[in-house]
Design a protein around this ligand. Sequence first.
Ligand SMILES: [Zn+2]
Length: 314
Amino acid sequence: MIHEDFDSLIKQISESSNKSSEEIQKLIQEKIKELQDLISKEGAAHIVANELGVKLFQQSASPTEFKIKEIPLGHNAVNLVGKVTNVFEIRSFKTEKREGRVASLMIGDETGKLRITIWDEKIIDKFPQIKDGDILKINNGYSKENNGFKEVHLGSKSQLLINPEGISVEIKENNFTDSITTFEKLNVETFGTVFATIVNVYEPKFYEACPQCNKKVFNNQCMIHGLVEAKQVPLISLVIDDGTQSLRATCFRDTAEQIINNEVLFENIKKNLLGKQMLFRGRKKINEMYNTEDFNIATVTEINPKEFINQYVS
Ligand SMILES: [Zn+2]
């Protein structure tokens, strides 16, 4: 009847019910006794699982687990593990054909991120327990494309385990790489992050600014705050090159301070910065005076260029 590895059954029941494997063994023995030994231990395990509300994993013909990046589209037996990065609210829906609930969340692994959409009511019942950072093990999901993104959907044949023992997942950290682009692709007045090399450095300038709103002031008069004690705020212009374009790029205030790094002598500032490769997030602008494209830097991020290139530039 059922040809499953007894130990793996115990493990599954234990992980899904938060009971120790000893407790599960005991329940199975009791069940066998109760049924006067007319049942195999595997059969008893299935009954115990049912009683505990545990959905046992079906033996899959291809038990291989996919990494997120490798999940093929249109596959209807997707097994994977991932770490939760976002949990969305459960939504109700009603169409002419049916009504019900749908839940979704994002998971990640070392290869990427993926949206999981859940249609199965039993799994949705467990959904409120799930929080950011939980490890999920998914069996028998089906993969499909939605709005140009790959998703895995869970239906009545799917199973979901929350924080199974002994599984850890590393997430590919790509907060800033989501918006990585090139100067060439970046539209004017749009924000983006480029990986670029500093190829020229201009002497820092200082201007007088309101200490409250950081706006430029003249004669200690802020347009918003009236008479203030102006502070000296630095700005520094660079030329940065990302391989597609070289643009004059300016850092203001905190970012300028960060890049100047308490250095006083211009020669030293220049020496420290020339050739440096960093991530620059900012906005492309038209410089009307010179009719050129400039880049206003909002933030700079120090990275290890070699690691960055290995991970994100193929
Ligand atoms: Zn002000």
